[in-house]
Design a protein around this ligand. Structure first.
Ligand SMILES: Cc1cc2nc3c(=O)[nH]c(=O)nc-3n(C[C@H](O)[C@H](O)[C@H](O)COP(=O)(O)OP(=O)(O)OC[C@H]3O[C@@H](n4cnc5c(N)ncnc54)[C@H](O)[C@@H]3O)c2cc1C
Length: 464
C-alpha cells in the first residue's frame, strides 16, 4: 500500500544529500496488517539496515521485517556529515575505566576495521556512495588549538595508538590551506561517504537479500516479542530498537538516549581556481579546533559541507521532529567556514538542514540483547554512528544468533550505563554543558588561554 495523504509527514526537506540523488527511490508500502516475523527491526537508518543486512547474510532463511515511520534514511543516517569514524566516541579513559585498557584496544581495532568493512560492502553491493578513505585532520589555527592537538596525540600514545601524527604548518599547507593554519592532528582511520547514497543503497541491498521494509509505519510501543503499530502488531522472536535519537518518543524510553540536533550547510560547487587555492586534494574529513567543533567534508562533486552545533536541547527530550534550520545557525556555520577558508567570500551556500542524534548519559553507546524478552538495541552513538552502526549490526547479529565472537564481548555490549536524570535536571544539565562550552570558546578566543568552563563542562558529562 503506498503512503496515503494522512500518512505522509509534513517536515522540512531531509538534506542536501537526498536532494542531490539522481533519483529518489519510490516510496515503499506501509505495513498492510498484523503479521509475524523472525526479527522485527524498528527504524530504517544505518543501525536497522546494517542489522538486517548482517542477519540475512548470516542466515538467508530468516524472515526479517523493518518498520520505518518515515522512509529509509530519513533520520540521522540520511543527514550526517559522512564521516566514517574508526575510533570510539567519548574519552578513552572512561572506556578503560568501564572495562580495561585491553578491552578498549579491542574496541578501537574493531572500529578501525569497520571503516574498511563499510567500503568493502559498498563495493561488493555496488553501492556508489562516494566512499573515500583519506583519514581526518583536526586543524589548529591558534596556539591553544595547537596545544589541544598535542594533548590529543599524547592521550593517544597513552592508549597505544601510534599511527596518528602531528602535521606542522607547512605539512598542513601541503594538504589544505586554511587561514593561519599552525598545524593539525592527522588520523588515517576515517573515510568520507555521501550518507543518503549509502542508506539508500543499503536499503536496496537488504531487500535483495529478502528483508521487507515497510515505510510510513510508526511503531507506538515495543513489548516482549511484539511491536505495536496503528496498522496491527508484528510478533517476532527478536525486536530490535534502532531508533537512535528518536527513541525517547517510545513509552518508557524517555530517559535512555536524549535527542540533540546538529545542523549542516553546503556550498555550491567551488570553481577549479578556488580548489587550486585550497588544495584539499585527498578529501580528508576536517574538523576545526574549537571546543564546539565543526566537521567538514569535501564532497565528491566539489562542494564543502560543514556541520556543527544546532538548536538547543528541548525540555523533556521533545523536538525530535525535524525543523528548518534557523537563520542564526546557518549564519554561524557560514562564519566558521570563512574562519577556516578566508577567501571563499564569492561562494554561495546552497542548502541547510539538520538532524537528530542520540546521546547516552555516559556518552557511551550500548549494543545488546535481552534473551528473556527478545529485545535488542543499539543506540547512543553521540554523533559518531556511521561506522559504529555497522559494527552494531554485526554484533547484534552474533548476539541474536547465539554466536560467541570477538564482537559479542566488546566493552559496549550490554545495557546503557546509566539513565538520564528526570526533568528538570536533564534540561538544566544539558543546557549548562552547551552554555559552558560556548562560553569557553568565546573566552579562549579572546584570552588565548584554556578556560575552566570547558573543564566544568567535561566534568558534567563525565568526559574528564
Ligand atoms: C547533522 C548530523 C551530522 C552527523 N555527522 C556524523 C558524521 O559525520 N559521522 C558519524 O559517524 N555520525 C554522524 N552523525 C550521527 C549519525 O548520523 C548517527 O549516529 C547514525 O546515522 C545513527 O543511525 P541510526 O540508524 O541508529 O539512527 P537514524 O538514522 O536516526 O534512524 C532511526 C530511524 O528510526 C525511525 N524511527 C524512529 N522512531 C520510530 C518509530 N517509533 N517507529 C518507526 N520508526 C521510527 C526514524 O524515522 C529513523 O529513520 C550525524 C548526525 C547528524 C544529525
Amino acid at each position: 500500500m503506498p503512503p496515503r495523504g494522512s500518512d505522509i509527514p509534513r517536515v522540512a526537506p531531509v538534506s542536501f544529500w537526498f536532494d542531490a540523488l539522481d533519483q529518489r527511490p519510490a516510496a515503499r508500502p506501509a505495513l498492510p496488517s498484523a503479521r509475524d516475523a523472525d526479527v522485527c527491526i524498528v527504524g530504517a537508518g544505518f543501525t536497522g539496515l546494517w542489522t538486517a543486512y548482517e542477519l540475512l547474510k548470516a542466515d538467508p532463511a530468516l524472515d526479517v521485517v523493518v518498520l520505518e515511520r518515515e522512509f529509509a534514511g530519513f533520520g540521522a543516517s540520511g543527514r550526517n556529515g559522512g564521516w566514517v569514524v574508526g575510533e570510539p566516541v567519548g574519552s578513552r579513559a572512561s572506556w578503560a575505566a568501564r572495562s580495561s585498557a585491553g578491552e578498549l584496544r579491542r574496541f578501537e581495532l574493531a572500529l578501525r576495521e569497520t571503516v574498511d568493512e563499510i567500503g568493502g560492502v559498498a563495493a561488493a553491493e555496488g553501492i556508489e556512495c562516494d566512499y573515500k578513505r583519506a583519514g581526518s585532520l583536526q586543524i589548529a589555527q591558534t596556539p591553544l588549538e595547537l596545544q589541544r592537538v598535542h594533548e590529543r596525540l599524547a592521550d593517544e600514545r597513552v592508549w597505544g595508538i601510534e599511527d596518528t601524527v602531528l602535521l606542522g604548518a607547512a605539512e598542513l599547507e601541503e594538504r589544505v590551506r586554511v587561514r593561519g593554519g599552525l598545524g593539525a592532528h592527522f588520523t588515517p582511520h576515517c573515510a568520507r561517504v555521501q550518507p543518503a547514497k549509502l542508506a539508500i543503497g543499503l536499503a536496496a541491498a537488504v531487500e535483495r537479500l529478502g528483508a521487507t521494509i515497510y515505510e510510513y509505519t510508526p511503531v507506538t510501543d515495543i513489548l516482549a516479542g511484539r511491536v505495536s503499530t496503528p496498522r496491527g502488531d508484528v510478533r517476532a522472536k527478536w525486536v530490535v530498537q534502532a531508533t537512535e535519537g528518536y527513541g525517547a518518543g517510545l513509552p518508557g524510553r524517555r530517559r535512555d538516549v536524549v535527542p540533540i540536533t546538529s545542523a549542516m550547510i553546503v556550498t555550491e560547487p567551488l570553481p577549479d581556481d578556488a580548489w587550486e587555492r585550497l588544495g584539499w586534494d585527498r578529501a580528508e574529513t576536517l574538523q576545526d579546533g574549537r571546543r564546539m567543533y565543526c566537521y567538514l567534508q569535501r564532497t565528491a562533486d566539489g562542494r564543502i559541507a560543514i556541520g556543527g552545533r544546532s538548536a538547543p536541547y528541548r525540555y523533556a527530550s521533545q523536538g525530535h521532529r525535524e525543523r528548518r534550520v534557523g537563520r542564526e545557525i546557518s549564519r554561524r556555520l557560514d562564519a566558521r567556514l570563512r574562519r577556516l577558508f578566508g577567501d571563499l567570500h564569492e561562494v554561495r551556500i546552497e542548502a541547510a538542514w539538520q538532524g537528530v542524534l542520540g546521546f547516552a548519559r555516559t556518552w557511551a553507546p550500548a549494543v545488546g540483547v535481552d534473551r528473556a524478552t527478545g529485545r535488542a538495541w543499539a543506540h547512543g552513538y553521540a554523533g559518531d554512528g556511521v561506522a559504529a552502526a555497522n559494527l552494531a549490526g554485526r554484533t547484534l547479529t552474533d548476539l541474536m544468533l547465539g554466536r560467541h565472537s570477538e564482537l559479542t564481548t566488546l566493552p559496549w555490549v550490554g545495557p546503557l550505563g546509566r539513565r538520564w536524570e528526570p526533568e528538570p535536571l536533564r534540561f538544566v544539565g544539558i543546557r549548562a554543558v552547551y552554555g559552558l562550552l560556548g562560553l569557553a570558546d568565546k573566552l579562549e578566543s579572546r584570552t588565548g588561554r584554556s578556560s575552566r568552563f570547558a573543564t566544568a563542562a567535561n566534568r558534567l558529562t563525565g568526559q574528564t
